[in-house]
Ligand binder design. Structure first.
Ligand code: ZN
Length: 279
């Protein structure tokens, strides 16, 4: 259909008619294209600039060092990931430092508990467990790495009252030591018939110096094997029974550490780096 504005002569030239009708739009498109081309060529690098920049990077002007500073921090995770060979530390209470509680006739806590501690260590070693007999302030305790630590002490030789009998256990406040604590409590109570004397656990026991010295992640407990006064016949006269009970408790704990799987000491990895462990 033809409109009233159609040029009668333009019938045969539709292209010219189109240009005529859209002249302003086409002019705008031409100008903007020219402006974009001008901007493109104005900001384009001259040929060879990229190569110059690359060559110049050896001077360091355009490069940053590939160094990321990482603050040093202790690798504590590795202890739980690969526990290493089974090892138990036994502290012979007061040994190398003082005598501990002293009875009227001269019997000392240090000698009573040493009698027990040496037997625990030899029992464990007989069963194929690496065990260290440690003094009270043994230098090896600083950063000591072990599967567990048991410090053996005894309570006062003074007569307090008829209730001053029984044993008690305090665990490290730094590492969860409940598995070790429960195993020894069970075994010790069963073998000795002593009651668990919970209400005389002092802050001195829970904040025991060795707990602060152990490597992070090493469970530790302090065991007061009984009172030197009322429990003396048992403590002084039956060290084998007491040592056997403590060793059984440690054995129970080690079974839990090993996931209930009993492995012989020959199957344990040798100490020191092994092939494939070098990182
Ligand atoms: Zn003591």
């Amino acid at each position: 259909m033809r409109s009233a504005y159609d040029d009668p002569g333009g019938e045969d030239r539709p292209v010219l008619r189109f240009i005529g009708r859209n002249l302003s739009l086409l002019a705008f498109l031409a100008l903007s294209t020219a402006a974009m081309l001008a901007a493109y060529f104005y900001f384009s690098p001259t040929s060879g600039v990229a190569e110059v920049v690359a060559a110049d990077s050896s001077s360091g002007a355009y490069s940053a060092p590939f160094i990321k500073l990482v603050p040093a921090k202790p690798v504590r995770q590795r202890l739980t990931q690969s526990p290493g060979p089974i090892r138990i530390g036994i502290i012979s209470g007061h040994k190398g430092n003082d005598s501990g509680s002293v009875c009227a006739d001269g019997l000392t806590e240090a000698e009573v508990v040493e009698n027990i501690a040496v037997r625990v260590v030899s029992t464990l070693q007989t069963r194929g467990i690496a065990a260290d007999l440690l003094t009270e302030f043994d230098p090896r305790l600083e950063g000591y790495i072990a599967t567990g630590l048991v410090s053996i002490h005894a309570d006062s030789c003074d007569y307090i009252n008829d209730l001053a009998t029984g044993f008690k256990i305090a665990g490290s406040g730094f590492t969860d030591s409940s598995a070790l604590s429960i195993c020894i409590e069970d075994a010790y109570m069963r073998a000795t018939g002593l009651s668990y004397h919970a209400n005389t656990i002092t802050p001195h026991m829970t904040d025991y110096h060795a707990f602060r010295q152990l490597a992070a992640g090493v469970p530790g407990i302090i065991l007061e094997v009984g009172f030197l006064n009322l429990d003396r016949p048992l403590l002084e006269g039956q060290p084998d029974l007491l040592a056997g009970a403590i060793s059984d408790g440690i054995w129970c704990y080690l079974d839990q550490v090993r996931g209930g799987v009993t492995i012989s000491s020959a199957a344990l990895p040798a100490a020191g780096p092994s092939p494939g462990d070098g990182q």
